[in-house]
Design a protein around this ligand. Structure first.
Ligand code: SUD
Ligand code: ADP
Length: 268
C-alpha cells in the first residue's frame, strides 16, 4: 500500500512554560500542507527499510517509520514488511516531516493489517514517537496545546489561499531551538487572534521561536520581509524553523531571490 505523509505549518506559536519533564507547553494552530513524502509498505519475507530522495540523518533504527512499525509490532502480530520511503520534505525544517512519516506509518499499518485501532488509540501510539506526531493522525487544522499533542477545534480555514514555503538550506535542531526560548504567558488569547480575519494576523500573530532564531540567522527575517514584499497576506517562520512561509490570495510566481532555496508553492 502507498501513502503520502504530508507536512504542517504552525500559525502562531507561543511557548508558555517549561514543564517538569523538560518539555515545553505551547499554544499553536497546526495547519496541514500538501507537500509530502511517498511511503510504500508491502508484506515481505523479512523486514527491510529502504529510502531514496533526501538523505535522512541517523541510523535505520532511529528512523521514525521503523520506530512506528516496531511500536505496533510490540503489541500486534505484524508480519514482516518491506518499507520504502521517498523523502521529499526537508528535515529540520519546522514542517514536522519526520513526525508525519511516523503517523502515516501507523495509519497505513492499521489499515493494511486491519488492526482496528481507533483515532484516539492511533494518537496515543503517535504520542510515544514525538510531540507533534499525533497531529498527523487526523491531519486537519487543529488548535494544539500541551506538548503540541492536546487538540481542540479551531474555526480557521485557509481553503482558496495559496502558500509559498521557503526552506533556506539550513537545518535547525528542534531541541536547540527550544533551549534558546524564554517561555512566557500572555493575557491575550491566541485562539481569539486566529479566528479574526487573516488580514489582522500580520500585526497580532507571532511565532515565539522567531525572537531567538531571527537574530541568530538573519536570513530568516529577511525571507519573511521578502514574502510580505511579494504580496503575502501573512508570513511567518513555521515551528522551530527554518522554513518561512507566506500565505497569498492567489497563485504566485516564485520570486527570483528564492531561486537558490528549496521552495514549494501550492493550494491550502
Ligand atoms: C517545534 C514544533 C512545533 O510544532 O515543531 P517542529 O518545528 O519541530 O516541526 C514541535 O513542538 C516539535 O515537536 P517534535 O519535533 O515532535 O519534538 P520531539 O521529537 O517530541 O522533541 C524534540 C526535542 O524538542 C524539545 N521539545 C519538543 C516539544 C515540546 N513541546 N517541548 C520541547 O521542549 C525537547 O527538547 C525534545 O527533546
Ligand atoms: N523519516 C524521517 N524523516 C525525517 N526525519 C527523521 C525521520 N526519522 C527520523 N528523523 C529524525 O527526525 C529529525 C527531524 O524531524 P523533522 O520532523 O523532519 O523536522 P522538524 O522537527 O524540524 O519538523 C531529525 O533528527 C531526523 O534524523
Amino acid at each position: 500500500m502507498l501513502t503520502f505523509p504530508a507536512c504542517k505549518i504552525n500559525i502562531g506559536l507561543r511557548i508558555t512554560e517549561k514543564r517538569s519533564d523538560g518539555f515545553h507547553n505551547l499554544e499553536s494552530c497546526f495547519y496541514p500542507v500538501r507537500w509530502g513524502d511517498i511511503l510504500e509498505i508491502i508484506p515481505a519475507p523479512e523486514f527491510r527499510f529502504t529510502d531514496s530522495g533526501l538523505s535522512i540523518p541517523g541510523s535505520l533504527s532511529h528512523n521514525l517509520c521503523v520506530k512506528a512499525y516496531n511500536l505496533l509490532k510490540a503489541d500486534f502480530e505484524l508480519p514482516p514488511v518491506q518499507m520504502h520511503l521517498h523523502k521529499i520534505v526537508p528535515i529540520g525544517a519546522g514542517l514536522g516531516g519526520g513526525s508525519a512519516d511516523a503517523a502515516f506509518t501507523l495509519k497505513l499499518l492499521n489499515d493494511q493489517f486491519r488492526l482496528q485501532l481507533s483515532i484516539a488509540q492511533l494518537e496515543d501510539y503517535a504520542r510515544l514517537l514525538g510531540s507533534d506526531c499525533a497531529f498527523f493522525i487526523q491531519n486537519r487544522p487543529l488548535y494544539c496545546t500541551g506538548k503540541g499533542d492536546v487538540f481542540s477545534e479551531i474555526g480557521v480555514s485557509l481553503s482558496g489561499y495559496h502558500i509559498l514555503l521557503i526552506y533556506p538550506n539550513l537545518a535547525i535542531s528542534t531541541a536547540e531551538a527550544y533551549a534558546g526560548v524564554k517561555p512566557r504567558k500572555t493575557d491575550v488569547s491566541l485562539h481569539d487572534q486566529l479566528v479574526a480575519p487573516i488580514d489582522h494576523w500580520h500585526t497580532t500573530i507571532h511565532n515565539d521561536f522567531e525572537d531567538s532564531l531571527f537574530p541568530a540567522y538573519p536570513i530568516l527575517g529577511q525571507i519573511k520581509q521578502q514574502l510580505y514584499e511579494a504580496g503575502a497576506v501573512y508570513a511567518s517562520m513555521s515551528g522551530s524553523g527554518s522554513t518561512v512561509y507566506g500565505i497569498f490570495n492567489a497563485p504566485i510566481l516564485i520570486p527570483n531571490q528564492f531561486s537558490t532555496y528549496r521552495v514549494w508553492e501550492g493550494k491550502l
